[in-house]
Design a protein around this ligand. Structure first.
Ligand code: C2E
Ligand code: MG
Ligand code: MG
Ligand code: MG
Length: 293
């Protein structure tokens, strides 16, 4: 391609050389391709929500669910949100995805209410760019209203960095949701580059301790110490504390000892499609290893 050849090496005004990087070029092509595919996926109905239960450490019961986006193309393996969400974030496509997730979660929650399924709340993830949309809070509330849902039914998860970077408008919107009784969790807690002081300003109700700490806690005293401190501070601030990514009994034993409130992880349940979750909840399938395992 001629443009590519022309760009192979460029000299800018200050005399520094910009080398054309074939690998970078391929990567960009791949990304454009994925964005196009993702846009088609939205239209073709190749997206789905999976649901991962959060289990109460005290009762062993399923309390809430986290909704996690899945993309299963007609051909080929499914693509992880860790790969396509950051990509979608670079364009307005993230807003369409966000709308889709909100709608799908509300729809599912209302179906489960009609079916009388014992599920309280579904939490959805919001990324930074999604929050920066000026009408995001109106959209969120309008979506819930369409399904006659309230603060008990849908919660939100935001990472530390999203909170830190939040402007006045976003903070005001979060304060309003908080006052209305919505649950707002800090996702991946402990991995952002932030001071703890932000915790006192932000209207949040829960901390989700990042799974990196949980993963290494049985072997690493440092990870254990950080987890313990996070749980302590969370509780002292009146927040609910969730441990993410619990995969084995050693981790669970530590988490129980530390009096964490909720656990989420493959040891109990993997994220699963709505129908599978229904079978678990109605007792047709014995899911997770639970506390007996
Ligand atoms: P997250 O919000 O921190 O979600 C938790 C991730 O950990 C999920 O990955 C989940 O499948 C995974 N996980 C849960 N338990 C375990 C475990 O025991 N072991 C291990 N190794 N992993 C576990 P997933 O579904 O691939 O999502 C990755 C990230 O993509 C999410 O991290 C979230 O940041 C983002 N994401 C997912 N769905 C959405 C969405 O609807 N909207 C937005 N904006 N972001 C989303
Ligand atoms: Mg999350
Ligand atoms: Mg997380
Ligand atoms: Mg994460």
């Amino acid at each position: 391609n001629a443009d590519v050849a022309k760009n192979r090496a460029k000299l800018d005004g200050r005399g520094s050389v910009w080398f054309f990087d074939q690998q970078l070029h391929d990567e960009l092509l791949h990304q454009h391709h994925l964005i196009d595919k993702l846009e088609q996926a939205l239209e073709r109905g190749e997206l789905a929500l999976h649901f991962q239960p959060q289990v109460s450490v005290a009762s062993g019961r399923i309390e809430n669910l986290e909704a996690l986006l899945r993309w299963q193309p007609a051909e080929g393996p499914s693509i992880s949100p860790a790969e396509f969400i950051p990509l979608a974030e670079r364009s307005d496509l993230i807003h369409r995805l966000g709308d889709w997730v909100m709608e799908a979660a509300c729809h599912q929650r209302s179906l489960w209410r009609e079916a009388g399924l014992a599920i309280e709340r579904i939490d959805i993830n919001f990324s930074g760019r999604q929050m920066s949309r000026t009408d995001i809070f109106q959209r969120f509330e309008a979506c819930l209203a369409r399904y006659d849902l309230g603060p008990r039914h849908i919660g939100i998860e935001l990472t530390e960095n999203v909170l830190i970077e939040a402007d006045e408008r976003i903070l005001a919107g979060l304060h309003r949701l908080h006052q209305l009784g919505f649950r707002i969790a800090i996702d991946d807690f402990g991995t952002g580059y932030s001071s703890l002081s932000y915790l006192k300003h932000f209207p949040v109700t829960a901390l989700k301790i990042d799974r990196a700490f949980v993963r290494d806690a049985p072997e690493q005293p440092e990870d254990r110490a950080i987890m313990e401190a996070a749980i302590f501070i969370g509780h002292r601030l009146g927040l609910e504390v969730v441990a993410e990514g619990v995969e084995n009994r050693e981790q669970l034993a530590l988490i129980r000892e530390m009096r964490c409130d909720l656990v989420q992880g493959f040891y109990f349940f993997r994220p699963m499609p709505a129908q599978e979750l229904e079978r678990v909840l109605t007792g047709l399938v014995v899911g997770g290893q639970g506390f007996a395992g």
